[in-house]
Write a protein that binds this ligand. Structure first.
Ligand SMILES: Nc1ncnc2c1ncn2[C@@H]1O[C@H](COP(=O)(O)OP(=O)(O)OP(=O)(O)O)[C@@H](O)[C@H]1O
Length: 309
């Protein structure tokens, strides 16, 4: 598989702050990768490096085999579509004017803009001033702007922040379409649960370090994150069921008829046997750890390490 862009052993410091600490990560052609991590993890710094807006202190960055901050910076940037974290457009411009402005900046033909506005579902508002756009419409316009020039590499920084569930779903559907068309997509996000169904890979960042990267199943193999078991039990029998469970099963939610347990993978079978013997259980489902559980598992020890003197 072809590497479209890559950070190799990249360290970036801002004064005393190490924003990135020896991060290595490739982006593969035609794949969507989620860059996940909380505030200050280093996600935006990674994106700025790919855009050639900043240079690494150590290590190297390549886009299509070229240094994005080198002599060919302008050409490299034209191959990238970028949706910034906070989309701030001038309210007096219309959607159509804004698209024309960005097309000129990118040296792309203006005649394709109407089709892009159509693709993101705001063609009907192309003539309206941006001050009248909702947050969701501005985000769609931001995506249309990123698609100018048909870039094969798209960088979306927090594309769903502040959007309602329907608009978030629309954004991910657009990402799916881009991926199906062969584009490479990087999505930086805090929204782990919603992104996990939409990407091929995830890279988990914390405090400037890359804690893990891979497909969801590779990440699951690499760590022993807890399995979630949901039980439906006969009314008022939760206490009786809990009393039969092995100590490794942690109860995280409880009502008169339902229990949610988190169990380490090695204690899963013992817990399921105890549940079967408890006799009060009417139904159960077992869920493999998702991105949120993997993240909690990885970041928990990292945080403790970071706090150590
Ligand atoms: N220009 C700068 N000057 C000083 N420190 C900076 C600068 N840019 C980023 N940092 C610091 O580098 C670290 C990484 O920041 P970055 O913006 O990459 O994180 P992030 O994961 O994108 O966070 P968020 O989700 O809040 O956007 C943070 O500690 C941040 O304060």
């Amino acid at each position: 598989m072809t590497v479209v862009a890559e950070w190799s052993a990249v360290t970036k410091r801002y004064g005393a702050v190490t924003a990135l600490d020896r991060v290595s990560l490739p982006l593969m052609a035609g794949e969507a990768t989620a860059l996940v991590g909380h505030n200050g993890a280093g996600k935006t710094t990674l994106i700025k490096l790919l855009l050639g807006l900043i240079r690494p202190d150590e290590g190297s960055v390549r886009v299509g085999g070229t240094d994005p901050a080198g002599l060919s910076a302008v050409q490299v940037r034209r191959t990238i579509g970028f949706l910034p974290e906070s989309v701030a457009f001038h309210g007096a411009m219309t959607g159509r004017e804004l698209m024309a402005f960005y097309a000129r900046l990118k040296g792309a033909p203006i005649r394709r803009n109407a089709e892009l506005l159509e693709r993101v579902g705001i063609a009907h508002a192309a003539h309206r001033r941006l001050a009248t756009y909702s947050k969701g419409m501005r985000q769609r316009l931001g995506i249309a702007q990123a698609l100018i020039g048909e870039p094969r590499l798209l960088l979306f920084d927090e594309p769903t922040s502040g959007l309602d569930p329907a608009s978030r779903r629309d954004v991910y559907e657009m990402v799916d379409r881009l991926r199906r068309s062969g584009a490479t997509v990087l999505i930086s996000t805090h929204a782990l649960d919603e992104v996990q169904q939409r990407v091929d890979r995830a890279a988990i960042m914390h405090g400037g370090r890359l804690l893990a990267a891979g497909t969801l199943s590779e990440l699951r193999h690499g760590v022993t994150a807890e399995v979630r078991i949901r039980l439906q039990v006969r009314t008022c029998s939760t206490a009786a069921v809990l009393a039969r469970l092995p100590p490794q099963a942690r109860c995280t939610e409880r009502s008169s008829t339902e229990l949610t347990l988190l169990v380490a993978p090695q204690a899963k079978m013992a817990t399921l046997r105890a549940i079967a013997q408890a006799g009060e259980v009417e139904d159960l489902d077992v869920t493999a750890p998702g991105l949120q559980e993997l993240y909690n598992h990885l970041v928990g020890p990292a945080q403790e390490e970071g706090e150590a003197p």
